[in-house]
Ligand binder design. Sequence first.
Ligand code: URP
Ligand code: ZN
Ligand code: ZN
Length: 466
Amino acid sequence: MKKVIKNGTIVTATDTYKADILIENGKISMIGQQIELDGAEEVDATGNYVFPGGIDPHTHLEMPFGGTVSRDDFETGTIAAAFGGTTTVIDFCLTNKGEPIANAIQTWHDKSKNKAVIDYGFHLMIGEINENVLNELPAVIEEEGITSFKVFMAYKNVLQADDETLFRTLVTAKELGALVMVHAENGDVIDYLTKKALAEGHTDPVYHALTRPPEVEGEATGRAAQLTGLAKSQLYVVHVSCADAVEKITEARNKGIDIWGETCPQYLVLDISDLEKPDFEGAKYVWSPPLREKQHQEALWSALKNGQLQTLGSDQCSFDFKGQKDLGKGDFTKIPNGGPMIEDRVSILFSEGVKKGRITLNQFVDIMSTRNAKLFGLFPQKGTIAVGSDADVVIFDPLAERVLSAETHHMAVDYNAFEGMEITGEAVTVISKGEFVIKNKQFVGELGSGKYLKRAKYGELKKEDE
Ligand code: URP
Ligand code: ZN
Ligand code: ZN
């Protein structure tokens, strides 16, 4: 059914203005003043902002990791994302060495099909480069539309790739038109520091952070950036947590290297002291990279403001406190790494960023949506409010005040990392491809209505953008 969103303030990455939006056949078909209803359903947005739906470029839904499987799947994860104002997620498809990539991708299609309530795409993990992998990658790009590859520089003996693999991935990505993503921490140094800490009897959650200091992230980020320059390739550094990594990205960008940086809500708001909470509660705050000393937060905010970092991902990888995080009682290395973040990503950026004057409203839209669409081959189908774009739209009340809590969130997990935090702003109504997913704060979507997205190659869209 046709819809007209009336009386709202449209906010894109570049403009803020009052206008109505006509939605037909899943697309935005007109933007104008006082559009006639002409049989369409009226959606009143008086007093609210109207944003393009959020694009979360970094999720791990139902992912086997840390001896267990992340709790939120494509059903609960995408419902929670929609409640938070996100209408697209790009999830990481893990591969196993020696196994065909096609099998791994099929596993991810099987996990997501008939479950997702918003659109989704996949990134592909590269753990090894050999003839078989090189033979499969062209089809990954051309047929599956997976145009981003992920390399882990950490998690030794599990996901970690060596520098040869990273470098060859960069070279191949350049040839094929893909963006390389890195988890930038020096896994070998972490391995040494971890074994040393355990040998000295240090088993509490805070040692997760103390054995992965900012220097190991800075070093790996700098190394990845240098290799990107050497390969004349393109790099996206995921979950940047500290000033050391920001410095390396900035240095490389200043040299003309094609490098982008993402941070996550947890690094903007939480800090290392959370890992010291009593009764093993610190385990709730175990991420890699870890939470940092508070001064790193302002470095990240100013990097978002100045464009040294460009995006915000959730790094959604949730584990229950009871039954999952507690696998690491008595040994911090066994705490599954990751947390629940998919639902609160957009609101945290709005409340802590826009409301506190750290970024502008238009920067907010760019960081949580538009830039992600551009980097990951979805723009202008996604990531903006424009005629011809998918009608992925969020009606957002900028004055709503609420308290984040596991009691009220929609993620499947049994805690909220921001429990008790007061924030301002809330997605009231969320539309995906012209259909309501959230209407007046109620879920009205349909399982399986989210569609798999084949994405354009890196570079094709970037040219238009610049
Ligand atoms: O701790 C984290 N970040 N868990 C998810 C996996 C990853 O490294 O992104
Ligand atoms: Zn990571
Ligand atoms: Zn991640």
